[in-house]
Design a protein around this ligand. Structure first.
Ligand SMILES: *Cc1c(COP(=O)(O)O)cnc(C)c1O
Length: 425
């Protein structure tokens, strides 16, 4: 049974065997991931049972969507699963950036200050906040922004944060995942300590966590340890690969109400917003999400071990514990990034014949290369790799609806690096 089952797809015996040798050392890590999956699967099922999910929840609605049972129940399921008072889970939230923009602009007012105590936020938020000048930014509405960098070792600069908090500080945004940076991703426990510190200075500061790529990686979420809002995208972890669009904001009733009034209109709030027939996908995707996240995590750990063994810097490293599904690999050159991404693309079930090239993407400052052969366009819970073309030429690898596909993708990326003469096994 140990013949190279992927050889017909273009994986050489040497590449396949390299992967098999790595896998021998990963059994305990994979077993630990399976335990977290079991816990989170039970959490999701429990929330669905508690809210009596049934066939009426899957009916499509149109128009205003008043009294939409499926939509309202799904929001209760999210709220119960993440242990929050309220949730806004909508196909009308178009992506993660939109969800974050709604959460920020809904809870900030002119004269308020937004603070990021974890350094520069995700690229697309620079325009939302107005770090890069942009029409409609928070800055244009008179909302100022302050930022405290992490210390050199990646830890929180508590003294700097204390100094940065002033009487105008209204909301603190904490990004769990590293995004396109090579800093560490924070554990939920670390985020909890940061929130406790901030609340000890002023308990009325709203603490929001950008939870993108973090959902179901651990057994607790930032909402379990004091976050007032957690925010994410349904074409990442919680959509389980099936949600075709959407975002969520879970948190206190006060915060989520503000978000609903901002997303629709003052006075309307959560009561409008037809589900457009997407409920089955959103429920079933949430049901599958813990398993899908575990496949992605196994892929990330496999990739870290493969590329570290080959001498590349990988973040997290091959043995570190995981707090999101992203694996960064510093490849050192644009050519290596292109080869890696073309391998991910060539391994895909969809669009496997196309060649990814760097391009100027809206919301990003540098050229970006993206590889994704996804059923849902742009979905990064499906196997994908991307990265901005700038030193240290890191690709960010994530997703994989099944572990076997993630494995194939990583082996194919290695195959392409070997074929390009960049790696010798
Ligand atoms: C993906 C991501 C976003 C933005 O989400 P989009 O759906 O791409 O708009 C924001 N923050 C982090 C950390 C992300 O990973």
């Amino acid at each position: 049974m140990n013949q190279n089952v992927f050889s017909k797809l273009g994986i050489s015996d040497a590449v396949y065997q390299f992967g098999e040798d790595i896998l021998v050392g990963l059994r305990d890590r994979f077993a630990e991931i399976d335990r977290v999956t079991e816990y989170n699967q039970a959490k999701v099922i429990g929330a669905m049972q508690k809210n009596r999910v049934d066939v009426s929840c899957f009916a499509g609605t149109t128009g205003y969507g008043y009294n939409d049972v499926g939509r309202d129940t799904l929001e209760r399921v999210y709220a119960d699963c993440f242990h929050t008072e309220a949730a806004l889970v909508r196909p009308q939230i178009t992506c993660g950036t939109h969800a974050l923009a709604v959460a920020l602009s809904a809870n900030l007012r002119p004269g308020d200050e937004l603070l990021s105590p974890v350094g520069r936020p995700y690229d697309t938020l620079e325009e939302v906040i107005g770090i890069r000048k942009s029409p409609g930014s928070l800055a244009e509405y008179g909302i100022s922004y302050a930022e405290v960098d992490l210390l050199a070792d990646g830890s929180f600069d508590y003294e700097g944060i204390r100094k940065a908090i002033n009487e105008r500080t209204k909301l603190v945004t904490i990004q769990r995942s590293k995004g396109y940076a090579t800093r560490p991703t924070f554990s939920v426990h670390q985020i909890g300590e940061l929130i406790a510190f901030i609340k000890s200075i002023r308990s009325d500061i709203i603490c929001m966590v950008d939870n993108c790529y973090g959902e179901f990686v651990e057994t607790i979420e930032p909402s379990d340890i004091g976050a007032d809002m957690i925010v994410g995208s349904l074409i990442k972890n919680p959509g389980g690969g099936l949600a075709p669009i959407g975002g969520y904001i879970c948190g206190t009733k006060a915060c989520v109400d503000q978000c609903a009034y901002r997303l629709s209109a003052p006075g309307l709030g959560q009561e409008v917003g037809a589900n457009l027939g997407l409920m089955t996908a959103l429920y079933q995707g949430f049901f599958l999400a813990p398993t899908v996240v575990s496949s992605a995590l196994k892929g990330a750990i496999f990739a870290a071990n493969v590329y570290e063994k080959l001498g590349y810097r990988v973040i997290p490293n091959s043995t570190e514990s995981r707090h999101d599904i992203i694996q960064a690999v510093e490849l050192g050159s644009e050519e290596a990034m292109v080869a890696f991404c073309s391998g991910i693309q060539a391994a895909a079930p969809v669009d496997s014949y196309v060649t990814p090239i760097p391009w100027d993407m809206p919301g990003y400052d540098n050229q970006v290369i993206m590889a994704a052969g996804a059923f849902i366009q742009g979905s990064s819970i499906e196997l994908s790799a991307d990265g901005p073309i700038r030193p240290p030429y890191a690709v960010y690898f994530q997703g994989g609806l099944t572990w076997v596909h993630a494995k194939l993708g990583i082996l194919m990326s290695l195959q392409k690096l070997v074929e390009a003469g960049i790696v010798t096994l």
